[in-house]
Design a protein around this ligand. Structure first.
Ligand code: ATP
Ligand code: ATP
Ligand code: MG
Ligand code: MG
Ligand code: MG
Length: 256
């Protein structure tokens, strides 16, 4: 092949380097999961099995041999997952498919509607920017989850149509949504599963360490004494503004 007249096409394979001395964040996101989640009847607003499947696929990325332990932390919400370092989309998708039957034994995947993920890499130059990146995704998790919880309460318990529920929520702020959930549906938002409110952080943890709920997000090197766990914590910067109202500007979110 090397000497053939077709070999020139090789020149189109341009080098694609990333800046050295930076942190790589790779965000992957399920393609068309709005429809995919309908096809497989995901619970609304949050399907616990679907999220756990995402977490398990992420653990395979962080802990698998493909990335040589260079992926140190992963954060996930909904159908997206953010990670440091590459090969990620492929390992994630393969793990997702391999694990699928464990979580959805009665809803087999079809060749026509495969779960596929897009991925993008962003480079940050400081740890502070990486922290801000994670805070940004966690604010997104919170805002979307509060909206979706209110939206699906109105639809599933309140008998409102999707359109009516959307109208009901238009222009409301976080505190109003929480108040509505409490007074109309008896739901104290504080008691909602932290996996839904905060997203999932996959990281190596010392098995023996006592879990402090608001511990800062520390990263440790994998070793045989550590186990890969999914934890649900508020990122440090979000603790002060527990409702994250202060950290957000946008109040709207697309219904899920
Ligand atoms: P795109 O291809 O542009 O990413 P999308 O349809 O995947 O489009 P997203 O904005 O990524 O849209 O949103 C993902 C959607 O998948 C959510 O809106 C929700 O409907 C659904 N979804 C994903 N995970 C879950 C889950 N665990 N429980 C319930 N619904 C989920
Ligand atoms: P890299 O990760 O760098 O791509 P690699 O191990 O995949 O390394 P390649 O140069 O891409 O190496 O070659 C693929 C190898 O996979 C082949 O050398 C062969 O040993 C094996 N292989 C792939 N497909 C087949 C197949 N259908 N039948 C037999 N062997 C195969
Ligand atoms: Mg998207
Ligand atoms: Mg998506
Ligand atoms: Mg998404």
């Amino acid at each position: 092949m090397a000497g053939s007249r077709y070999a020139y096409v090789r020149n189109f394979e341009l080098p694609d380097p990333l800046l050295p001395s930076t942190f790589f964040v790779i965000r992957i996101d399920g393609k068309g999961f709005h429809g995919f989640s309908k096809l497989h009847n995901f619970d609304k607003p949050n399907d616990k099995n679907a999220l756990t499947l995402m977490n398990e696929a992420a653990k395979r990325v962080v802990g698998g041999r493909e990335l040589n332990g260079e992926c140190v932390l992963a954060f996930g919400e909904s159908d997206e997952y953010s990670k440091l370092v590459t090969l990620v989309v492929s390992v994630f998708s393969a793990a997702y498919v391999a694990l699928w039957p464990q979580y959805f034994p009665n809803s087999p995947l079809t060749l026509e509607e495969l779960p596929v993920f897009d991925g993008r890499v962003v480079q940050y130059t400081s740890e502070e920017e990486v922290r801000d990146y994670l805070r940004w995704r966690q604010v997104d998790t919170h805002i979307n989850n509060l909206y979706n919880t209110a939206f699906w309460a109105l639809v599933l318990q309140g008998g409102r149509t999707n359109l009516e529920a959307e109208k009901d929520l238009q222009g409301t702020i976080s505190s109003q949504k929480q108040e509505m959930l409490f007074s109309r549906f008896g739901l104290n938002y504080n008691t909602v599963d932290p996996m839904y409110k905060k997203g999932s952080i996959v990281m190596w943890e010392d098995e023996s360490r006592v879990e402090a709920p608001d511990a800062s997000v520390g990263v440790v090197t994998p070793s045989s004494k550590l186990e890969l766990t999914a934890v649900y914590r508020m990122m440090p910067a979000l603790q002060e503004s527990a409702s994250t109202e202060a950290a957000t500007t946008a109040e709207g979110a697309a219904p899920r």
